[in-house]
Each structure stands twice: as C-alpha cells, then as structure tokens.
Design a protein around this ligand. Structure first.
Ligand SMILES: CCCCCCCCCCC/C=C/C(=O)SCCNC(=O)CCNC(=O)[C@H](O)C(C)(C)COP(=O)(O)OP(=O)(O)OC[C@H]1O[C@@H](n2cnc3c(N)ncnc32)[C@H](O)[C@@H]1OP(=O)(O)O
Length: 286
C-alpha cells in the first residue's frame, strides 16, 4: 500500500482551504464553497485500487464539509484520466481484483450520488474509465482541440458493464451509446460536443474552470435538498441496479477478466501501448 497522508491548511491570503492527499489535491474557495479537485497520479492518472480509495475518502470529506460544488480536473500535461489501470486487470490476483472492482463500484456510487453538484474539466485525453469518470459528474467542459474522449473498451477486447452503459445512455441516449461502445470510437472535442458527451468546450483550462464555476453558480438559489432529491430520482434505476447486483457484477468480472481470451487481448493491448509512438495509439483507434 502506498504511503498516504492528508493535510489541511488554510491560506489567509487567498481564503482557500487546501486538502492534499498523495494523488489528489483539493482546494476549497471559502467564499463560494466550491472545491477544485486536481488528479495528480503520473504518468496518466490511471485508476488503480489506491487511487480509487483516495477518491472515495476525498468525496466523503467534501460531503462532510458541506462544499457547494466540486470541479474535477487533471494536473497532468495532456491526460485527464487514462481509465482503469490495466495492470489491475492483466494477470490479476483474484483477491485484489475483487477488492479493486468492489472499490470501483463504490467510487462510482459515491461520485454519481454526491449531495453537491459536480463538473469535470477535461483537460486531456479521457478514454474508457476516464470518460466514465467525467460522465459521472453532472456537467462536462472539454479543453482545446488536441485531446480524445470516448469508450474504447471494445478495442481492448473487453466490454462495459450494465451500470456503466446505463450511465452513458443517460447522457447521450441509447443509439449513440450503442454505436459509441461497439465501435470503440474516440471523439475529438468538437465531435464530443456534437453527440453530447460534453456540454461545453473552450480553448484553455482557465476559461474551462470559469465555465465550470458558472455552471455551479446556477445552484446558488436552489435548495440542496431539492437538488439531491431530483438527481436521486433521475438516476435511481441505474443506482438501484448496481446496489441490487453488486456481488453478481464482482463475481462475473473476476471470472471474466481471468479468462485466457481476455488476458490475451490485454497482453496484446499492453504491447501496443509500448510500441506505438505517443498519441499514435489514440489516433489509430479512431
Ligand atoms: C468513478 C469511477 C469511474 C470509473 C468507472 C468505470 C466502470 C467500469 C469500467 C469498465 C471498463 C473500463 C476499462 C478501462 O478503463 S481499460 C483502460 C483503457 N485505457 C486506455 O486504453 C488508455 C491507454 N493509454 C493511452 O492511450 C495513452 O497512454 C494516453 C493517450 C492516455 C497517454 O499517452 P502518452 O503518450 O501521454 O503516454 P504513454 O502512452 O507513453 O503512457 C505512459 C505510461 O502509462 C502507461 N499507461 C497508459 N495508460 C494506462 C492504463 N490505462 N493503465 C495502466 N498503464 C497505462 C503506458 O503503458 C506507459 O507506461 P510505460 O512508461 O511503463 O511504458
């Protein structure tokens, strides 16, 4: 287990409260009550067990602190989040894979049901689980024209579970979700805007943060209770499905991931990650 620490400091000049864990930084603006959470797990913010545990801990803390909203972004140069850490899926230890998948379900449940509104500022590539991280927020702003976003699971020879697919359907609709998931297409910023994967685009990260804050300001005059009840009712069927099927979903995934065919596909994909030049992979899989 990685060494973990949490520290809290208040900067009297900026009126911001900082919470720093080893892979996540959170700054809460005292005046607006908005938390900006920055993922910082080089090289690509891949979601492994320890990172997911940190995300849950931080979401619980923000909930306890009654923040008014959260902006999730990346501190890396060109990657928002590369999705699940493939090393958790390739040649897995069954006990760890069980814990990993259970923690993934819990992270998604925590993020998808926050009592405060959430925005993702997508300032880098965002494939598969990275795209799902963004989809699990209430609003998405994508930065620049250089990055790709989408669900490329099929290209890895794996498929997305029902709760994952339903989350996408809720954002872009059944037909577009099916085409997107079955083809594994990675979208440009403009394409993502066009199919509704993202709500807004803008040229640079600073403007994206402003747009995110602007969206969160919509809730200044909305009762937090009304916000939370509305969101829960809207998302209820997908959430309830996972709660009712958690163990089945874990058992299936652990068995399926260990099958020789899936392991072969992951091996080939990991090799292609190493052999292709930077960003070639993403454009290859368009
Ligand atoms: C709230 C929770 C929400 C999530 C819920 C999820 C629910 C269920 C999910 C079901 C299915 C999801 C599956 C996945 O997510 S599988 C992962 C899919 N990801 C990818 O295919 C991304 C592959 N990576 C890339 O395309 C590029 O790395 C990228 C464009 C992201 C960055 O390119 P760049 O040129 O900057 O960097 P490199 O390619 O050189 O990579 C640097 C090193 O990082 C390693 N790497 C990259 N991606 C991953 C990864 N996903 N897991 C582990 N390791 C990764 C890469 O191999 C390099 O390593 P080395 O330096 O050792 O060579």
């Amino acid at each position: 287990m990685l060494r973990r620490y949490i520290s809290y400091t208040t900067n009297k000049f900026t009126n911001c409260r900082h919470v720093s864990q080893s892979m996540l930084q959170s700054t809460v603006d005292e005046k607006s009550g908005i938390a900006t959470v920055t993922m910082n797990k080089p090289p690509v913010n891949s979601l492994n067990l320890e990172f997911l545990e940190e995300i849950i801990t931080l979401l619980n803390k923000l909930q306890k602190d009654k923040v008014r909203g959260m902006i999730l972004t990346s501190g890396l140069q060109k990657v928002f989040c590369a999705g699940l850490d493939i090393k958790e899926l390739y040649k897995p230890n069954p006990d760890r894979l069980t814990k990993f998948w259970t923690t993934l379900q819990d992270t998604w449940l925590s993020l998808y049901t926050t009592s405060f509104p959430t925005v993702s500022v997508i300032n880098g590539h965002s494939p598969a689980g990275g795209c799902m991280l963004a989809m699990s927020c209430d609003y998405r702003v994508m930065v620049g024209q250089n990055y790709r976003i989408g669900f490329n699971e099929a290209k890895l020879g794996i498929f997305a579970p029902k709760w994952f697919q339903n989350t996408i359907i809720a954002v872009i609709g059944q037909r577009k979700a099916e085409v997107s998931l079955t083809t594994g297409k990675m979208y440009t910023t403009d394409e993502a805007l066009q199919i509704g994967l993202v709500d807004e685009t803008c040229a640079d990260a600073d403007s994206a943060l402003k747009k995110g804050t602007h969206f969160l300001n919509n809730f200044q005059n909305i009762s937090p209770w009304a916000y939370k009840m509305t969101k829960d009712i809207n998302r209820q069927s997908t959430i309830q499905w996972l709660i009712d099927n958690k163990q089945k979903d874990v058992d299936f995934t652990v068995e399926y991931m260990q099958s020789p065919g899936v392991q072969k596909n992951l091996e080939l994909y990991l090799q292609s990650l190493k052999s292709l030049p930077p960003l070639k992979l993403i454009s290859e899989i368009n």
